[in-house]
Write a protein that binds this ligand. Sequence first.
Ligand SMILES: Cc1cc2nc3c(=O)[nH]c(=O)nc-3n(C[C@H](O)[C@H](O)[C@H](O)COP(=O)(O)OP(=O)(O)OC[C@H]3O[C@@H](n4cnc5c(N)ncnc54)[C@H](O)[C@@H]3O)c2cc1C
Length: 545
Amino acid sequence: MTTATLPSPSGGGKSRRVVILGGGHAGVRCAQELLRRRRPADNLDVALVSRENSEVWHGLMPQILSGVLQPQHVLVPLREFLPGVRVYTYDIEEIDLNSRRVTLMRGDEGKQIVLEYDELVLALGSVTDLSRFRGLQEHGLQTKSIGDFVYLRNHLIDMLETAAVETDVEERRRLLTFFIAGAGFAGIEIASEANEFIRSALRFYPSINPAEVRVIEVDIVTRILPAFEQRMADRAMERMRKRGIDLRLGVGLSDATAGSVTLSNGERIPTRSIIVTVGVGTNPLLSTLPLTLVRGRVQCDEFCRVHGWPTVYAVGDNAAVPSPSGNPYPAMLLVAFAEGRQVARNILAQVRGEPLRPVQFKGFGEVALLSRGYGLAQVRGMRLHGWPAAVLSRGLFLTYMPTWQRRMALVLHWWSSAIFRRDISQLRMGRSDAIVPMRFNAGETIVRQGEIASRFYIITSGEVEVVQDVDGTEQRLRRLGPGRHFGELALLQNLKRTASVRALSDTTVLALARQDFSSLVGNMPELQEAVQRGPGGGLGPASGA
Ligand SMILES: Cc1cc2nc3c(=O)[nH]c(=O)nc-3n(C[C@H](O)[C@H](O)[C@H](O)COP(=O)(O)OP(=O)(O)OC[C@H]3O[C@@H](n4cnc5c(N)ncnc54)[C@H](O)[C@@H]3O)c2cc1C
């Protein structure tokens, strides 16, 4: 295991280590502001940890659906604009507030880092939690990550490709019905972009009659876009309906299956496309910590300090920071910006012995982009809709983009996509095998004692030995050959590896990722028993690793 302790900067003296968890809008703005305002005398060392190596611009993601933007246009690599920040593109595995340590891990075995901190900033955003909705976990098409949007676009094209040659009337109807759960801000933008894309792509599918396509969006709320004035929201609804979206309010989703959804009023809608924009949940890393959560967000004071932990701050979607009215600020982009920046200033104030200042967020208004040429804007007394609002909305995104290079790339792409036809090529990106073959040379260590387990292994050729370090002495536990397996113990019991496994000869294995292994054994008790059984049974002896 590697322990990375942030070193002192040249010039001597122990540096103050600030670790920011999360490379979204809030974490990135905090890091940027620290870089901008720190002085040599502050002796500050800044590290940022994020799963992705880029800042993801969620507000632009719906445009990936229609092909107006490509995935790389909504990503800005962190290293491009955070020089001087130690960036760890790692998964955060564990946060230990008492010992002020954070454990990071990559998907591969053997890459584990422990960071120690003086100040910690929690900027982990939210996750999608569909556990409240029956069937959505299994059949919902999620809309949170870049991967979700690329997958969803491919799926929409798949439905058109399949329907174009489908002769069964019922199945054709199912394939051409696109259902969207949730009519919040993102839901409205996603439904509009998907609808525009599907309908404009029909020119390539002459066998599909436009009247066959149904785009249905439902929400239990009785009005959309509450941040906008009623007449602006009415305009948006009117336009969506004119463009062919069947928008139903006051009705929710009660059940989803592989081929249909059932609404709260009992109506059953056959569909193969259940697009989900509902279900905001707490990042699982935070649920396990001794923190007070307010509706799933970490309770903070107006300076973003986490209650009970004076050197821990929270910002962005994972934080409940009270506004002057007493209610927490909403989970949105510009709030994340404001909180991220203010926390940086407060950390510096703390270091310099100056007073902290509360977050001050004065929204300048609201914008929404429903399609290439249609937006809504309610900014500083101005009420706009149609293309002027679309231009304004794009202008605002450009203002907040961190680099000129990215701004130019966006402008050029928006221009070119206005000129060229819609593109219906699919971008298949998934690895074709969920089970990954791996090979190791004789002497190489496959799993290491003490590390967090991430894979289950089945030996296909060669031989390995399982060894355990007991008080500094290595003990050989067993040798395993083809057909045998290892790595299950730590996965099943959620422990760190209790032994190491080393290749004795050139060895090939099949590796199954932790989540896939857990789903398999969680749903097949016989498999779990077989995997755990001792020597001679089932798939082979329990490995001890
Ligand atoms: C589709 C969509 C459209 C939206 N449109 C708008 C809009 O038009 N206007 C608006 O104001 N808001 C919009 N939002 C909301 C806005 O994007 C969020 O409020 C904002 O992103 C919050 O920033 P954040 O930094 O708190 O969280 P995020 O941007 O979610 O960042 C969280 C970071 O934490 C990292 N992370 C989490 N867990 C781990 C882990 N275990 N290990 C390593 N890293 C981890 C993630 O990789 C990510 O980098 C939209 C959101 C979505 C999903």
